[in-house]
Every structure is written in C-alpha cells, then in structure tokens.
Design a binder for this molecule. Structure first.
Ligand SMILES: Cc1cc2nc3c(=O)[nH]c(=O)nc-3n(C[C@H](O)[C@H](O)[C@H](O)COP(=O)(O)O)c2cc1C
Length: 451
C-alpha cells in the first residue's frame, strides 16, 4: 500500500478557517523553511511514500465576481511556490518522495522540463510531477497564457507531455557527458539531440538544457477524473489521485481508469490509484469526536464557497436557489460536479443544494464519503475495505484539522497499519528513486513504449 500526504503552501491546507485554531502553526509556518523541513522529517520517520503539494496559479475570483472572499478567508492565498521547497526538504531526508503540481496551461514545456530535471537531480530522483491543466481563469488575466475550454486544455496537455518527455528522454544520451579533460570535451555534442517538435500548440527545437537526471522523466502523477481527464491519465500517468465517494461506487471508477489504460496499450495495473480522503483520527472515540468538533467550529462557509465556485467556474451568488446545476456548465472541473451528482444520482441538483452543502462542515462518520474518520483501528478497517473493494493501491491522506492531523497520522494511524502488516516499517534501501518506491527496485525510468 502506498501513502501520500496532501499539503499546500498556504495557511491551513485544504480546510478553510482552520488557521484559527490556537494550535495551528501553518499560518506562520507555510513561509518558513523550518516548517517544511520538519514536516518532511516527520513523514519520513513514518515511512510515507510521498508528500504531495497541490498548487494553483492565480486567485479564486469567481464567487461574487471578486477575489475578496478568497483573500479574506485564505483560500489558497497567500501562497508561495512549492517547487522551491523541495531541495531543502530533500537535504534533510533520504527516502521521502515529493509530488508537486505544475500547470500545463500556465507554464511553457521547455521551462517545465528544465525545472523538473533540476528537481530530480537535487532530490536524488525523488520528484514527481502532478500534471494539471488548471481551472482558474485569473492566471490568464495576468499574462500567464490562454484559458482554454476544459477538453481543449487536455488536448493541449497531451502535446505538452509529448514535448517534455521528448526533452527528458530523447535529447541526451546516457553517456553524453564524457568529461574528457584531454580533449577539452565536457559533453559529446554528437550524443545530444534536438527534438524538433513542431505541433499544433508548441514549437520546441531543443536540445534539453539538463543532462539526464536519475529518473529522467519525473514520476508522473495526475488528478482530474472527467472522461477527458481519465483518458489523459490513462495515456501518461503512473500515479493517479482519485476522489471517490465510497469503496463500492469507487470500484467502478477505478475499473474505468484501468480499462482506459488497457485501451491506451498499457498494463492496467501499471497505474497506481490513490484514494484522496479527508483524514481525522483520534487516540479513542472521544478524541476523534473532539477533532470533528474542532473542524466544525473553525469551518469557514464563505471560504468554502469561494473555493467551490473556482472549482466549478460559476458564481453561485449569481443564480437563484432553484436553478438546476445541469443547466450550468463551467469550464473548470467537470468531474467535481459529476462527483456531487453521483452522490445522489436520482435527483436534480440545484444551486441551492450546492450552496447548502458548501456552506456547512461535513458530518464526521466512519462511512462518510471521502472521509477516514475514527480511531486508528476504525480507520485502518475502513482502509482495508477500500483496498479490497475498490482496487485502489493506496491513499492520498488529507490531514484534518491540519493543526493536529499530521501528528495523528504519524503517531496513531501509521503504527496501526504497520501492526497489521499493511504498511512498511522501514523503507527498502534498494529503492532509491520515487519511481522505484511505487514500481520496485531497479525501475528508475518511465516504461518504454508508452507515449
Ligand atoms: C486530489 C486532486 C488534487 C488536485 N490538485 C490540483 C492542484 O493542485 N492544482 C490544480 O490546478 N488542480 C488540481 N486538481 C484538479 C484537476 O487537476 C483538474 O484540473 C480538475 O479536476 C479538472 O479536470 P477534470 O474535470 O478532468 O476533473 C486536483 C484534483 C484532484 C481530484
């Protein structure tokens, strides 16, 4: 089983309002290296596979047609650039892997290729790229590129991946760097190649600027579950973040992903599926309930609305309560609304429903959708069900409330999983790169023939 832990480089990752907890350290800590290096060491001591940084470019400005609610409630703003933290965290750890989000819409592929090769060198092959197409228009209004429609963004992203992979895989031969002092040759130019890419969206001549890094292609992560998103994942991704409601209905989505991989000519099991779950664990039931109460008390309904409107690309404040959601089609995340609809497929969802759900904290229950809640034993039981029924390969744990949940995961949940033999008690020293952590010792490189 694989475990990733979710975070963001902003106050109280994911759960709005939680920075108000007096125990919170994230509001100050997110901009301090010591906060991040301590987190990396903590997760490494718990043998976690991956620290995952979600990230966006731009501000959430859809709700009420303004960025003010997002700024007021700290909805992924203020936020710093996560890529800069990785070398510092790698310097104080040996095994922990990192996955960092980087947009195919708002950054150029030549730049992305150099950035990720640099990170792969500096982390000793422990970097992963969460390939996202981005859902906020506001970045485009700041000169970062063009905000295209949902499916077109994925079309462009397909070509983007083709370009960066050509730079990583085809540009420099393994033995290009010769360092031959006698002939004053650092690199043999005959073993370095242009990629000559001229496509619909990009013209990139190459060569790549970096020599091959330990993994060459960083471990490729993906998160986006619309039909087009699954198609994109099936073509390129090695690890997929899913947000499934429950093991029974989730099994269908995982099967869809694996079938799509088979259609793309890949081994269906060569994609690792990680279920994303809000994770609230207590030493006993009373403490678990206390965590849930704390989360509810600190909850910021307006912050959540600002976030959801950004995810959906429509302003909930601009519609009457009885407006059917199916009549509104934004260009941000399609899978998010589809997900809500699947929770209750027999009725017509309205704007009022969305407003109601968004503005209230979620009720903590052991079998609540997308939630791992309870004592460590109860959560481990639920995780076993997920693994058996849904055919997932692990979890992307979203710690809640963020002020205490990292400790709860490391001190309560992981030891229980280890007691059951569900999770490693030490890293395998033969697995040096992050790809090896997921696919076994010796598997440094992206599988051949997958393009
Ligand atoms: C677990 C998870 C994490 C995500 N993290 C990010 C992120 O950090 N940044 C981002 O721009 N999009 C993120 N997304 C959004 C997706 O990458 C995608 O752009 C969005 O869901 C729209 O695509 P879809 O309609 O195919 O789902 C995430 C989605 C999921 C499910």
């Amino acid at each position: 089983m694989h475990l990733a832990v979710f975070t963001q480089c902003s106050p109280s990752p994911q759960f709005k309002g939680m920075w108000r907890d007096p125990q919170d350290r994230s509001a100050e800590g997110y901009k301090r290296l010591a906060h991040w290096t301590a987190l990396a060491q903590r997760l490494e001591a718990a043998c976690v596979d991956t620290l995952f940084f979600a990230d966006v470019f731009g501000l959430y400005d859809v709700y009420q047609g303004s960025w003010a609610p997002a700024v007021r409630h700290g909805v992924q703003v203020p936020m710093i650039d996560p890529t800069l933290l990785l070398p510092a965290m790698a310097a104080v750890t040996e095994h922990l892997g990192f996955a960092v989000t980087y947009s195919t819409t708002y950054h150029q592929p030549y730049h992305a290729a150099r950035l990720f090769s640099s990170l792969d060198h500096l982390t000793g092959g422990r970097v992963g790229w969460n390939m996202v197409t981005s859902y906020l228009r506001s970045a485009a209004e700041n000169g970062m590129g063009e905000f295209l429609d949902h499916d077109v963004r994925y079309d462009r992203a397909d070509e983007y991946v083709e370009v960066v992979r050509a730079l990583w895989e085809d540009s420099w031969e393994d033995d290009a760097v010769v360092r031959d002092a006698a002939s004053d040759t650092f690199t043999d130019p005959d073993r370095v190649h242009e990629i000559g890419h001229a496509g619909k969206w990009f013209a990139v001549r190459g060569p790549h600027q970096c020599e091959p890094s330990p993994q060459r292609t960083p471990l490729l992560f993906q998160a986006g579950a619309s039909a087009r998103g699954i198609d994109f994942a099936a073509r390129h991704a090695e690890v997929v973040f899913l947000t499934l409601a429950d093991p029974e209905t989730g099994a269908k989505k995982v099967a869809e992903l694996r079938e799509a991989a088979a259609r793309a000519g890949r081994d269906p099991q060569s994609i690792k599926a990680l279920q994303g779950s809000m994770t609230m664990v207590g030493a006993d039931r009373d403490q678990a309930r206390a965590r849930a109460r704390l989360y509810s008390q600190l909850w910021s309904g307006e912050g959540q609305l600002a976030k959801w409107c950004g995810w959906m690309d429509f302003d909930i404040a601009a519609y009457p309560d009885d407006a059917p959601v199916s009549d509104i089609r934004g260009q941000a995340s399609h899978s998010f609304l589809d997900f809500l609809r699947r929770l209750s497929p027999d009725r017509e969802w309205t704007v009022g429903d969305i407003r109601y759900i968004a503005s209230r904290p979620r009720r903590a229950r052991r079998d609540a959708p997308m939630m791992l809640f309870g004592t460590a034993e109860e959560v481990a039981d639920r995780m076993e069900q997920w693994l058996e029924i849904a055919d997932v390969d692990g979890f992307n744990l979203v710690p809640c409330p963020p002020s205490v949940a990292i400790d709860d995961i490391c001190d309560l949940l992981v030891p229980e999983l280890q007691r059951r033999g569900m999770f490693r008690t030490a890293y395998d020293p033969a697995e040096g790169t992050q790809r090896e952590r997921y696919f076994g010792a010796g598997v440094h490189h992206y599988p051949k023939g997958v393009r």
